[in-house]
Ligand binder design. Sequence first.
Ligand code: CMP
Length: 584
Amino acid sequence: MPHDISLISTISVGFALAFVLGFIANRINLPPLVGYLVAGVLIGPNTPGFVADSVLSSQLAEIGVMLLMFGVGLHFSLADLMAVRRIALPGAIGQIVLATAATAGVFHLLGWAMGPSIIMGLCLSVASTVVLLKALEERNGVATPNGRIAVGWLIVEDLAMVLALVLVPAFAGVLGGHVAEDGGHGTAADGNIFVTLGLTLAKVAAFVVIALLIGPRVMPWVLRQVARTGSRELFTLAVLAIALGLAFGSAKLFGVSYALGAFFAGMVLNESDLSHKAATNSLPLQDAFAVLFFVSVGMLFDPAILWQKPMLVLAVVALILVGKSLAALGIVMVLGYPLSTALMVSASLAQIGEFSFILASLGIAHGIFTQEGMNLVLAGALVSITVNPVVFSVTERACHWVNANPRRKARFEDSRQTRFLALQKELEDARVRAAEKAAAHKTFTPEELAERFPLFSNLTPEQREVLLLHFETRTAQPGDRIIRAGDAPDNVYFISSGEVEVRVADRKIPLTAGDYFGEMALLSGKPRSADVIALDYSKFVTLNQNDFRQFLRRFPEIRQQVAALAAERGEMNEGFFAEGEETK
Ligand code: CMP
């Protein structure tokens, strides 16, 4: 293959094959991820036929990791995590420690050095959030308390792994690997391990503080400026630039991993309503590169491991399916939760996925981990993800079995409800708070916007979407004065619910949902022409002066309609004043 088209062929064959196999996997009730991995195996150097460029694909995979982590940051809900912290925090940490120690012990006994054994332990200790979410979605379990405990648990695992990704390069020397030469990461090879650890953590902490302090102030502002241009692609581009730029920049400046940088970029965007909408725009790209990530991981897999080292493969699978699950089951029971919760968490954890691959690749890059280890991790992932649906149905049967017998039920379920109920209440409170917050912020979908405001019905869905980005929401209580006659203009108001009253001279004109007001002063540049008072609990979406003017400039037809109504209102008011004069 001529070198100059290797990028094209790697991407196109990768996507095409991943699509076909992902689709087949889905049809036979497996997560599509299995299909992507197999696609990678097929175009990898270890199977006959087309061989994609593995150097290129590993870089594409790196972009995939950044975007995956960006996605994790984007969906990270602190409120949910806080609600399940009493079980998820000790549970996930305890389980990572137990599973890592057990796995590292087994592999050390089998003759591996301590460094690769520990990496193997970490790889097997963390489950895939992607796989779990898919499994929960299929069972309608995402919103159930047990489902949220499992998700919270995995988020703690993800966070612990983010830390591991930062620490592995720093400890490369100690773990028997080679020391990074780019100077980007601190290294523990030369002397005091605590100094290195301290330095690494200090850099990470500095980065986190800067990202969280400056990010939420600057990013939404930047995005608002971009949104003003009215171009959705510029907007998507801005989000991507923030995700990848922050990941790359922070890796260069602070020596933190791309993954951590991207995670925080996601979290920063997650904070603001406007940005969140924008971030959703970038999801397709995120999905696409995540697929390439799995494909390129598959490319590394050498199926020969299955017949060359079957016992090791079995050991890995057993550690994932049995070892890890038992550890989690034990921990949840010790923490005093019902057996059904314990079984659900165990089933959720009985697989490994993206973080294990990331960690294994990192281990290889730093000379700590071996290709054989990577093959074992991959075999473990393929098998455990494939049988995960079976694990779930086994645990469901176990639950039925326990519940079928009153004595068993009393012992394993009913007597263990106190903590579970407390947690359920906390989750419910978090949900209510989140719903309130969302309701206060919610504007509309582009369809709802057109439905409510006939003024916007001729815009294309895309134009409406851009318009929505500019909207702010405001609420008012009965009696609130929203506009005072004679004031300088600031916003135009679109009533989404409730009722207001316009007061001119001694006339009162009611306006309701779908109407708008505040346009006259913005058009004429004069002070407000009337008082506007809320009659009911009301909600508005508002556009500021600049955005409104720009919007009208872009859509002359709407400008005409708005100007016509303003003129009509103006004439009407002159009439009112004239009448007032006459009666005097
Ligand atoms: P503005 O002058 O910016 O602020 C007060 C708003 O009340 C005005 O814009 C119009 O949107 C609205 N308004 C004024 N007069 C009338 C009217 N006669 N009928 C309906 N709305 C009006």
